[in-house]
Design a protein around this ligand. Sequence first.
Ligand code: NAD
Length: 268
Amino acid sequence: MKNLQGKNALITGASSGIGQAIAIRLAQEGCNIAISYRKSPDSAKHTEAIACQKAAETGQAAVKTLLVQGDVSAEADIIRIVNTVTETFGGLDILINNAGIQSEFASHEIPTDEFDRVIAVNLRGAYLCAREMIKRLLAQQRTGVIINVSSVHEVIPRPAYLSYSISKGGMGNLTKTLALEYANRGIRVNAIAPGATATPINEAWTDDPAKRAVVESHIPMGRAGTPEEMAAAAAFLASDDAAYITGQTLYIDGGLTLYADFREAWSA
Ligand code: NAD
């Protein structure tokens, strides 16, 4: 993809799932990657090892990697992460706001701290990472790209996951507002919105064939997505192939947002 080689990327939540796949894909495209993780240095090292191996296989053996621990719900951690990456790589070109969690409660029973926890990671964390990056880009008169990992629940309501739905709906507006505010400063802001994707966040159904079949029966294309399919879209939006795209959410969902109930003409 165009002009990714030599760019410096920070991916939050990169030790598993979609974040891991994005880190690997960006390394394959020649980006230096900062693998931000919250808990498991071993998982982050695993991401690093695969990324280095795959980058070498695609002729990008020179990519640099950095592991940086931190909790995106903690402002001090975010400032430290962005500072560390900027100083180590000499600048930050691409931010992937991927870290995310979900929590299941009937909406009338969500404990306040649980509600706050999801918003703090998924939405406030994404905003604070973007804020810290944009500050530095403006100070250095540098251009940059932000990609928020949203969800089909940016637009599809998700009962019993209210805080998650709100966080992703908010992420859609975060994407558009930042895109508009900084479009004339060379900063592009977009989102990818995965549908049902086989990753650890979905372990309740990914490894159970019966439950997985139920999930996949709701998807027009008849299957869950892969982390690599999400990563391909993120790499495209990060590259100069998407140089004129900003403020958009790209749904990568096998048709999940197409109102599948209308496949048959029940309304006629
Ligand atoms: P995942 O659980 O593998 O990844 C989430 C990552 O976020 C993990 O690496 C985790 O350590 C990290 N994380 C959680 N809390 C953190 C914190 N406080 N600070 C830093 N990192 C933290 O699941 P995934 O499916 O790869 O999820 C990645 C993103 O994709 C999430 O934002 C999720 O909402 C979004 N998404 C996933 C799906 C899906 O079906 N898998 C669908 C739509 C959107």
